[in-house]
Design a protein around this ligand. Structure first.
Ligand SMILES: Nc1ncnc2c1ncn2[C@@H]1O[C@H](COP(=O)(O)OP(=O)(O)OP(=O)(O)O)[C@@H](O)[C@H]1O
Ligand SMILES: [Mg+2]
Length: 98
């Protein structure tokens, strides 16, 4: 599966006065079987990007295209955080919940 991201933008609007631009004009092309890490300072939009790729939230503009026989990877996305075991790897997180 390859992923093509074009001009992706996401702004969170907490209210009419306070808006946060998390992603602005993000362009990325990931090849089939390419292994990629998303790194950057806290608040730069990493989780926002992954949530959009997982279909958990919608972008304001731009496109995400999944090319390949399996389609979008919505069924295999996991996040750690509150409510999960911080020291456990992905498999153990899901075993705890099962
Ligand atoms: N639900 C939300 N409502 C309002 N603002 C948000 C929301 N989620 C994220 N933001 C803001 O969007 C920006 C990007 O947040 P995001 O969580 O994507 O960053 P991050 O790179 O994952 O940060 P961290 O490394 O701390 O996990 C931050 O300024 C954050 O405060
Ligand atoms: Mg994050």
């Amino acid at each position: 599966m390859s992923i093509i991201i074009n001009h992706l933008a996401k702004t969170y609007a907490e209210n009419s006065e306070r808006q946060v631009t998390a992603l602005n004009d993000l362009n990325l092309a990931l090849d089939d079987h390419e292994f990629v890490s998303v790194v950057g300072p806290s608040g730069c939009g990493k989780t926002t990007l992954l949530k959009i790729l997982a279909g958990l939230i919608e972008q304001n503009s731009g496109t995400v295209e999944f090319r390949g026989e399996h389609g979008a990877p919505h069924d295999c996305t996991g996040f750690s955080g509150s409510g999960t075991a911080p020291m456990a790897d992905c498999r153990r997180q899901y075993r705890v919940g099962a």
